[in-house]
Design a protein around this ligand. Structure first.
Ligand code: GLV
Ligand code: MN
Ligand code: MN
Length: 422
């Protein structure tokens, strides 16, 4: 890309416009965190999700982008290229949030994609390849587990009906929610599921502390560690808390404590690289004076080394079975994503864009999973990170400064303009 194209893009990315859009979207599902921070709870395939999508669609149509959706609800905003049949450059992220989420995780990558495309158009750049901005369905997995359903289905990692029976805490299945969602968006043009983009670039807040600690503007992401999710179900027997002898009980809570203690031992890592989380525990019947007969708990296990991911992940079920005393055990794996490495084509383009904009950068891997993970087998893929305060994320206190986000959008715009010429 010429120096003048790069400097035009720096000028046309509008920091205030991008921030204003993010703040408008943050009102849809706004919550207040325990410390008073302004967060968001906008679960996928809800009326709030659709309200946010309509706002985004309005901005996209106002600048002449074409809007389409696919059968799993992924939303695409297309900027046409001078060669419409050329494979597009794809960018984007997700618009759903965690139940106690922040204002930037996911949504910034979508808004930055729109900002970048708008900046390219306003700089008078006619790209050879089309550029498409995507909002993937259900990245977070907060309402329907696991996350990344939209990108997994799009990339043919799983069939689109793989999660039909997954229910949310209210008992609504993913299929029911998706069918309703598609009825509400029936006015939007349908496109086939899947595709073969020239490249995919996802912009995201770092969700970790490294960029801030090292005072860098931009993260050139090198890859994503692997993740495995499990649902463990322990079935015992209800009994009277005052009368049933402890020795005769099949207590699902006590067995949960035994299982989690054994799992903590399995997952102990002196290097502190391994990530092991029991994030949700459901107890039935959940009363003080009844021994619980059912506990369901989730496991989120991550590691950058495939061998550790496979060995420790495979050891989860035997570890639970050995640890429990009286309960029947069911362990279901719900997500299995191996570590991925990003492509030099995209990493070099991001690095070049950061350098050309005079921004400092750092190459780093991602501890969080992202839709980008599932694009890796489909096309050259990479990500751009910007710093977030103290690395806090999945929390209403999640925060990045308008200027940090504008820097990220400038790097994204230059990267997209560069890739769209190749
Ligand atoms: C994504 O939200 C993750 O949990 O990494
Ligand atoms: Mn995210
Ligand atoms: Mn997230």
């Amino acid at each position: 890309m010429s120096a003048s194209t790069a400097s035009n893009l720096i000028a046309t990315v509008d920091e205030a416009r991008q921030w204003d859009r993010l703040m408008q979207l943050a009102r849809i599902g706004a919550i207040t965190g325990a410390d008073g921070s302004p967060g968001v709870n906008r679960a996928c395939l809800t009326p709030l999700d659709r309200e946010a999508r309509r706002l985004l669609i309005g901005w996209a149509e106002a600048i002449g982008l074409t809007v389409t959706v696919d059968e799993i609800g992924n939303l695409f905003l297309r900027h046409e290229g001078t060669e419409p049949d050329a494979a597009p450059v794809l960018t984007g992220s997700h618009m759903d949030t965690q139940p106690n989420g922040g204002r930037f995780d996911g949504i910034w990558g979508v808004v930055a994609g729109l900002e970048a495309v708008q900046a390219i158009r306003e700089a008078g750049i006619a790209t050879r390849r089309p550029i498409e901005v995507v909002a993937w369905t259900n990245e977070e997995g907060g309402r329907f587990a696991p996350g990344c359903m939209g990108s997994m289905a799009w990339a043919r990692f799983k069939p689109a009906n793989a999660w039909d029976d997954v229910a949310d805490p209210q008992g609504i299945t993913f299929r029911q929610a998706l069918d309703e969602h598609r009825r509400e968006e029936a006015d939007l043009a349908l496109r086939p599921l899947g595709g073969r983009p020239f490249a995919y670039v996802e912009a995201h807040i770092e969700q970790g502390p490294q960029l801030e600690a090292e005072g860098r503007d931009i993260g050139v992401v090198t890859g994503i560690q692997g993740s495995r999710w499990f649902l463990v179900e322990l079935r015992g027997e209800t009994a009277h808390a005052g009368t049933a002898p402890v020795s005769l009980r099949r207590d699902a809570v006590q067995d949960t404590i035994r299982a989690v203690t054994a799992l903590n031992a399995l997952m102990t890592d002196p290097t502190d690289v391994l990530r092991f989380t029991v994030g949700r525990i459901e107890v039935l019947p959940n009363t003080s004076n009844t021994v619980a007969d059912l506990v369901r708990f989730t496991i989120d296990f991550r590691h950058p080394d495939k061998d550790v991911l496979l060995a420790n992940g495979d050891a989860i079920e035997p570890t639970v079975r050995t640890a429990v005393k009286g309960c029947e055990v069911t362990v279901t794996e719900r997500f299995h994503a191996l570590p991925v490495e990003f492509d030099a084509l995209v990493m070099d383009a991001v690095q070049g864009a950061a350098d050309a904009a005079g921004l400092s950068s750092l190459s780093l891997p991602s501890g969080a999973f992202h839709d980008a993970q599932f694009l890796v087998p489909v096309c050259p893929t990479g990500m751009i990170f910007v710093p977030c305060r103290k690395g806090v994320s999945h929390n209403p206190a999640e925060h990045s400064e308008p200027g940090q986000l504008a820097a990220g959008a400038r790097v994204l715009a230059a990267t997209l303009a560069d890739l769209a010429e190749r």
